[in-house]
Each structure stands twice: as structure tokens, then as C-alpha cells.
Design a protein around this ligand. Structure first.
Ligand code: GLN
Length: 474
């Protein structure tokens, strides 16, 4: 499949049309969606209309935007007006949002064509997409394995060449981890860079929307479209969208790069070997590499599993059978709320609500939630100290390559550990990218993670581009 940049150029100059590109995408979806379960809903009519609008703009001789006619997959926790949005949960089944997320408006304005809504772990809680109420997604590279999660459907859509681009959300790793397991590029932008308006909230202080793509250039092009201030999101950064594509060939010459012990310890040897090979590629490109230890990162997982469930327990209180989706009738309102939530939420979501409610309850608040917030502050300080020594950091994205469906489904702790290397960035509100680099067991892809301070997206993308070239991709 062509890259998004190539498609936009073909469509804009009339060598192809948005409608033709959409047909190719829908054909690829039809060929494998039953097997892989990537899309929960394909919005063929809406996509045809969006494509027709792009083709009209071009027929008039106007510029249709940087993503002219590019099909894109949307994680099903992003609201799109009139399109069923489930969050992978029975509690929202049948709900059609009355408004669109800011990112949807931005994509349409840039000429992109949203094809449909992709599968995810229920309310984005999980690392394998097995927690979806509608059944798991399979990894397109090896269908007996998971695609990662929670944005497993979005990662799989791109890996299976159904769409060249997708968007997902990353609260603790849900873009980077599935991107790594599916062999594609995924980026968690700085908190506030991309509007969260219309993203169904899981953990509001951690959630961030970001891009999936096969190439670093496509990811940068998409992120430029998504990023920028939004008055509808009070945590949106005030600055305009950063210039990313213009910096893609900046390279890493003269940069100081830190490889972090805590971001590789415990990873399989084959993954550590690829990280080491990536460091050599950076040295070959003129950077200096130093080894660093940031012991605070070891506390990330524990702090995350208090803060994220605490925020989720509050955010998910709104699913009461009155305002949205499912209602299970009962004798009175309280019984109806209880019956609705009992039937509507899956086990992992219930586990998080219970953990979070406990962590916030009187008598435990200081010991759990308060303590986790202190750890979070220590991690922010520790990252800041590291960025006084080096320009950016390197580690593994995941401890293993894609694991088998069912392998970790009954062991929450083993599942949580899939995100041990990605979670610290979310707690710090900073930026990180995963780029495919080499392969491991069964020829499955390995992702190398680059982490930087807030608003370092341009630097991280240009460094990822160095690895992409070193790994033999054009
Ligand atoms: N896997 C992590 C969790 O289950 C992260 C999920 C995410 O980033 N949405 O919470």
C-alpha cells in the first residue's frame, strides 16, 4: 500500500481520487476484517460522502489539505457525530454521539476520510484488545497472537494495510505498545498537544490522542494535522500546531542520548539487542550515547495503577443507565443503576472501578492516591534531571514481542507489565515514540522507544527517522 503522503499527492494532482482510495481501503477491510476483527463499525456511507467532498474541492482546483483522500481508522473511543461509538463496551452499545471530537473535525478539514471505528479494550483498559466486549482483534502479522492494546484495532488496521493511518489514545502505552507489537510507528504526544475534546475519558490527566502510521513521515504529517490549541479542551496547550515534517531530516548529529537501565531491564534479550543496535545507529549518525539510571521509573507501574483507576472510577460514574447507552430496568433508580452497570461493564472495568474507588475512599486517600501523586511528582523531577544531561532517552517499548491470544488474559499483573516501559511518559505528561527496529522470535517486529521532554515531538520524529533509515526502510 502507498504511504499517506503518496496518496495525498496522487489525489491532489488528479492521478487518483479520494473515492478510488476509499474503495481500495474498503476492499482491504472486507478481505480480512472477519478474520482479524479490526473494525467494530465501517462507516461506508459517511466515508463516501467525505471522499466526495474531497474530490469536489480538487475538481474546483482547490487544495484539499495535507491528507487529501487518505483513508484513516478511528479508535472507537473517539466520538464521531452520528457514528456508533462503543468504547468496546456493552454499556455504550447503540449510542451515537451527537457531536464530533475536535480531532475528527481537524482530520476532515485536512482532507482525510474516516473509514470506521476500530476495536479496543473496553474503555481503553488493557494491553491486548482481549478486553473488548465484542471479542478480540488478531495481530495481522500472526493471527494467533494479540495486536497489543488498548488501541489494537487501530494498530492492526495500519499493519494489515486496511488504512495507511489510524488514530488511537495512549493513557499508559495504548498507542506505543500495539504499534510495537504490530511493527508500525506510534506516538504519544505531549499532554495537551492534541485536543481531548470528544475522546471518551478513561484517566483524564493521562489520556492523549496520537497517530499510527507505517512510516515516520506519515506519522509526522498526521500529528501536525491533529495538534494545536482547542478552546474546547481546558488542558489544551496554548501554542499552535508545531512544525514537524519540516524537521524530519534534522538527524541526531551532535545530540546526547541516554539509554535508560530501567527502560530495558526485564525485556527479552532479543529486544535489548535491538535497542543496543539502535544506539549504534545513533552513534553512526554522529550522536553521543551515555548510560543512565532513573530509579524512580521503577515506581511508575504502581503509581499508574492507583492514579488511572482513581480517575476512571470518577469518569465512569456517568454510565448510569440514564444518559447513555444501555439501561437494564429494575424496581427503582438505584436498582436500575446497579443492574445496568453490572450487565454493561466487563470484568477489567469493574476491577478498575473497585481499585480506584478504594484508593480514593476516606481513610485510604492519603495512603494510596496521595502517595501515588507524590511518586508522580518525583518521576517528573527525575525526567527533568535526565533532560539536563541528554537531549532524549532510549529504551524498549515492550518487554516481549506479540504474545499469544489467551496467554495473559487470566493474569492481570502479567498484562499490566506489558506497559512497564511506556507508563512513565504518561505520568510525566511528556512525549514518546515507538519505531519498528528489527525482529525477534518468529520474525515478529520489535519496537524501540524514544522519549523526550514536553513538546520535543520534532526532535523525536527526526531521531525515529534515523532508525527507520538504519533499519533499511526508505
Ligand atoms: N494497558 C494500560 C492499561 O490497561 C494502558 C492503557 C491505555 O494506555 N489506554 O491501563
Amino acid at each position: 500500500m502507498k504511504t499517506a503522503v503518496q496518496i495525498a499527492s496522487d489525489v491532489q494532482r488528479g492521478a487518483s481520487s479520494a473515492d478510488e482510495q476509499l474503495s481500495l481501503s474498503l476492499e482491504a477491510v472486507r478481505a480480512r476484517n472477519e478474520e482479524l476483527h479490526v473494525f467494530l463499525y465501517v462507516d461506508e456511507d459517511g466515508a463516501r460522502e467525505a471522499a466526495a467532498r474531497v474530490d469536489d474541492v480538487i475538481a474546483k482546483g482547490d487544495n484539499a489539505g495535507p491528507l487529501a483522500g487518505v483513508p484513516i481508522a478511528i479508535k472507537d473511543n473517539v466520538c464521531q457525530r452520528g457514528v456508533p461509538t462503543t468504547c468496546g463496551s456493552k454499556i455504550l452499545q447503540g449510542w451515537r454521539p451527537p457531536y464530533s471530537a475536535t480531532v475528527i473535525d481537524r482530520l476532515l478539514a485536512a482532507g482525510a476520510v474516516p473509514v470506521g471505528k476500530t476495536n479496543l479494550d473496553e474503555f481503553a483498559m488493557g494491553s491486548s484488545t482481549e478486553n473488548s466486549a465484542f471479542g478480540p482483534t488478531r495481530n495481522p502479522l500472526c493471527p494467533s497472537r494479540v495486536p497489543g492494546g488498548s488501541s489494537g484495532g487501530s494498530a492492526a488496521a495500519v499493519a494489515a494495510d486496511m488504512t495507511p493511518l489510524a488514530i488511537g489514545s495512549d493513557t499508559g502505552g495504548s498507542i506505543r505498545q500495539p504499534a510495537a507489537l504490530c511493527g508500525i510507528v506510534g506516538m504519544k504526544p505531549t499532554y495537551g498537544l492534541v485536543s481531548r475534546y470528544g475522546l471518551i475519558a478513561f484517566s483524564s490527566s493521562l489520556d492523549q490522542i496520537g497517530p499510527f502510521a507505517k512510516t515516520v513521515t506519515d506519522a509526522a504529517t498526521l500529528l501536525e494535522v491533529l495538534a494545536g490549541h482547542d478552546p474546547m479542551d481546558s488542558t489544551s496547550l496554548p501554542e499552535p500546531s508545531p512544525s514537524l515534517v519540516a524537521h524530519l531530516n534534522d538527524g541526531v548529529a551532535g545530540k546526547r542520548i541516554g539509554v535508560v537501565t530501567e527502560l530495558i531491564e526485564g525485556a527479552d534479550d532479543e529486544i535489548v539487542n535491538e535497542v543496543r543496535r539502535a544506539l549504534q545507529a545513533f552513534r553512526d549518525a554522529g550522536a553521543t550515547v551515555v548510560e543512565l539510571s532513573i530509579p524512580e521509573l521503577r515506581l511508575g507501574l504502581s503509581a499508574y495503577y492507583l492514579i488511572a483507576p482513581a480517575e476512571a472510577s470518577s469518569n465512569l460514574a456517568r454510565y448510569d443507565g440514564v444518559r447513555y447507552g444501555l439501561r437494564v430496568d429494575a424496581a427503582d433508580v438505584t436498582a436500575m443503576n446497579e443492574a445496568t452497570r453490572t450487565a454493561g461493564f466487563g470484568d477489567e472495568v469493574k476491577r478498575r472501578i473497585m481499585l480506584g474507588t478504594y484508593a480514593l475512599s476516606a481513610g485510604y486517600y492519603d495512603a494510596y492516591y496521595g502517595q501515588a501523586l507524590k511518586v508522580r511528582t518525583q518521576m517528573i523531577d527525575a525526567f527533568a534531571r535526565a533532560y539536563r544531561e541528554v537531549d532524549f532517552l532510549v529504551g524498549a517499548t515492550t518487554p516481549t514481542v506479540a504474545f499469544a491470544i489467551g496467554e495473559k488474559a487470566s493474569n492481570p499483573m502479567a498484562m499490566y507489565l506489558s506497559d512497564v516501559f511506556t507508563i512513565p511518559t504518561n505520568l510525566a505528561g511528556e512525549a514518546a515514540i515507538t519505531v519498528p527496529f528489527g525482529t525477534g522470535e518468529a520474525d515478529l517486529p520489535i519496537g524501540v522507544q524514544l522519549l523526550g521532554p514536553g513538546r520535543s515531538e520534532a526532535q523525536l520524529l527526526s531521531a525515529a527517522r534515523v532508525l527507520e533509515l538504519a533499519d533499511g526502510r526508505p
